[in-house]
Write a protein that binds this ligand. Structure first.
Ligand SMILES: [Zn+2]
Length: 109
């Protein structure tokens, strides 16, 4: 599914795109700002990342930081990666949630 978004086969509201990373609005937002940041490379989940993914994982964080600035949530945002069914992962392409625009509790659910 996310591979298709990255390829442009599936329509989505893309906020950022380069050769390694794509970011788009979550279709089921859990906060006023809810963006998904994904690698173009297919990685099914966080526990599958390897040394060769180091650069793209770092890029995902820099893109999230830039989007947080652009979207006006730099003063407080949360980054979430759910790995595996037990953690609530439902789409099997690594994705980082950038959430902001409201208060967040701790511990997370
Ligand atoms: Zn994929």
């Amino acid at each position: 599914m996310f591979c298709k978004i990255a390829n442009g086969e599936l329509k989505s509201e893309i906020l950022y795109s380069d050769e390694e990373v794509v970011a788009f609005k979550d279709i089921n937002p859990q906060a006023p700002v809810h963006v998904l940041v994904i690698p173009r490379k297919h990685i099914s989940k966080h526990s599958e990342i390897t040394q060769e993914d180091q650069a793209v994982i770092g890029k995902m964080h820099l893109v999230a930081k830039k989007l947080a600035e652009d979207l006006g949530i730099s003063d407080g945002y949360r980054l979430v990666i759910n790995c595996g069914e037990r953690a609530g992962q439902t789409v099997w392409h690594l994705h980082m949630h950038l959430l902001g625009g409201r208060e967040f509790g701790w511990p997370p659910g």
